[in-house]
Ligand binder design. Sequence first.
Ligand SMILES: Nc1ncnc2c1ncn2[C@@H]1O[C@H](COP(=O)(O)OP(=O)(O)OP(=O)(O)O)[C@@H](O)[C@H]1O
Ligand SMILES: [Mg+2]
Length: 222
Amino acid sequence: MIILELNDVHYTHHNKYNTVKAVDGVSVKFKKGKIYAIAGKSGSGKSTLLSLLAGLDVPDSGQVLYKGKSTAEMDLNEYRKSGAAVIYQDFKLFPLLTVLENIMYPMELCRIKESEAKKQAEELALKVGLSEPLFRRFPSMISGGEQQRVGIARALTMSRKLLIADEPTGNLDSETGNKIIDILIRLAHEEDCCVIIATHDTAIMEKTDKTYYITDGRITRS
Ligand SMILES: Nc1ncnc2c1ncn2[C@@H]1O[C@H](COP(=O)(O)OP(=O)(O)OP(=O)(O)O)[C@@H](O)[C@H]1O
Ligand SMILES: [Mg+2]
């Protein structure tokens, strides 16, 4: 079943100094229960494409359809809360919340009971390889790879059906990275989630069900 679909999507970054056409006519379909890689060189448009899929932005033209409905017509706060879970390339942890509080945050937004949220957060933290002494530290007191795993655990809460991950193993050693990829593969194949990962790691591409290659904002092959 198709959960997410892009129809001729275009997006240009504008700022005071320049204009960059980052996504240039992309059409792709993503199914539930499958894991995908979006591959391409640095600056090819992977993060921009993912931010459109995640509803952090809407296309200039074309459509991003989640379960057949355009993200341009949706309440994007609601979409991010109950639709797409996101693992960010730069983590985006809350600096004034502890490791455990960061992981609990989406559950808090959805008014899940604190004791239940804490239990789930602890389980997920251990699952991604964060040990108990880290739970009460703030993000600035842990390593980059540990911060990345906090972002991963936070995205795994609430068992949503769409997970968008921007270079989720970029700061991890290969053993920890493999463990994370295996968790994401299991999520797709055993829990019927659609997982989309931006990466330049060929070892990850080999493990996914399908890889789309992007060059200068265009899908060049799959
Ligand atoms: N906020 C912005 N303002 C202007 N240009 C931007 C902005 N963000 C990205 N770009 C440009 O858009 C293009 C695509 O960037 P994007 O971040 O999507 O690439 P990427 O494939 O994720 O790269 P990387 O592998 O380095 O993360 C690049 O040319 C980049 O310089
Ligand atoms: Mg990127």
